[in-house]
Design a protein around this ligand. Sequence first.
Ligand code: HEM
Ligand code: HEM
Length: 165
Amino acid sequence: MPVTTAPTGYSRLQIALHWLVFALIAQQYIFKDAMSAAWDRITDGLEAGFDPLVLAHVAGGALVMIFALWRLTLRTRRGVPPAIDASKLQGILAKLTHVGLYALMILMPVSGSVAWFGGVEAAAQGHNVMKIVLLALIALHVVGALYHQFVLRDGTLARMRRAQG
Ligand code: HEM
Ligand code: HEM
């Protein structure tokens, strides 16, 4: 059921999921070489073999998608605090970045799974293009957060640290 009054802040659960997903996505990039090497072996017609880092990539990516869908449900059911006061352009940019981040938190695991479980080369190529787009959006998102913190000093970062309402 959609909410009628917006809460004043993010809930503990929303904040926990935000930072958990951040950690999971970070490990997807930090330990990516194991997954790439396994994929190279498969495309060369060899056995992938067991590698815990490959398992972590598959399971970590799946969790990112589950948590993203959970967060979207929380957004409609519980709601999110009203957008921070900013210029119209900044507001649109923030909104587009958030939509893009959610889309990629779903499309990355989907394309990866189609490649890995379906053996579809084109899906792996899509996964490789999207990994750059995701990284660019994260960079933009972090620059935005730091700009709010150190230039505007409007407490935006605190909204993702302390639960409220
Ligand atoms: C948010 C989730 C995910 C992120 C951020 C992510 C990120 C990455 C990155 C950075 C690479 C390395 C590409 C390279 O530079 O060589 C990669 C490769 C790969 N990932 Fe993921 N991944 C995610 C989820 C998944 C899932 C769930 C699966 C499979 C079930 C998967 C399957 C693959 C495969 C097969 C490759 C090798 C592709 C290639 O090297 O051409 N990924 N991923
Ligand atoms: C993998 C990395 C990240 C992803 C995918 C991500 C994603 C998101 C998304 C989708 C939102 C929109 C609110 C929501 O629906 O939950 C958000 C909000 C936020 N994020 Fe991130 N985030 C990441 C990393 C970071 C980092 C490193 C920082 C801090 C430097 C940060 C600071 C914030 C803040 C302060 C908000 C609240 C914005 C507001 O209240 O309007 N995020 N994040």
